[in-house]
Design a protein around this ligand. Sequence first.
Ligand code: ATP
Ligand code: MG
Length: 210
Amino acid sequence: PAHERPDVVRIRGLTRSFGGPNILDGLDLDIADGAFVALLGRSGSGKSTLLRTLAGLDPAPAGTVTVPSERTVVFQEPRLLPWKSVWRNVALGLGGKDAHGRAVAALQEVGLSHRIDAWPLTLSGGEAQRTALARALVREPRLLLLDEPFASLDALTRLKMQGLVGSLWQAHRPAVLLVTHDVDEALLLADRVLVLADGRIATDIPITLD
Ligand code: ATP
Ligand code: MG
């Protein structure tokens, strides 16, 4: 059970504002190692702000956020370098010897073996999403941050991608924080569902499947 695993994320009293009212307002959150957490909440409630902070893109006040350095983030709009091939985008910044082999293996996992030498501009939206996912997964993160990664996909591609993320979670067991507006998706994939409201985690529900 989750409460027996060490926490991979620890947030205490995180407050953020952009000059107006607090978007995050004394937010507390722990995420256990290997947990799959879905984060719901109204548009503008601060979900992406929280993810950016966890990704290290928005520095947080000292002492409020503890998060592992082995983390990767997939944004709703995949960010690929247009002048690098698909496999080079996946291999970008990879340490170690066999960056090409590892990138190709990750692309195979997301079903893109046939697109490894393609240019990003020739990819469909779903292919670009899967490339971004492969780039995140090849790093074997302890924490995987996913910000509405399936939001713009058609139903069939979305179903495939959800299945992919679910099985990759089963296989590699990173902690996952998935932002979504889709309650069905949250219940399908996650073992814990959160709702962000008024700058805090207003609802925190464990999901058990028997
Ligand atoms: P959505 O579901 O629409 O993606 P969200 O929950 O991800 O919404 P955020 O993107 O975190 O919401 O934004 C929360 C609030 O903070 C919004 O009112 C937004 O306009 C504001 N905000 C976010 N980033 C900035 C910024 N860099 N400058 C000013 N305001 C910002
Ligand atoms: Mg958002």
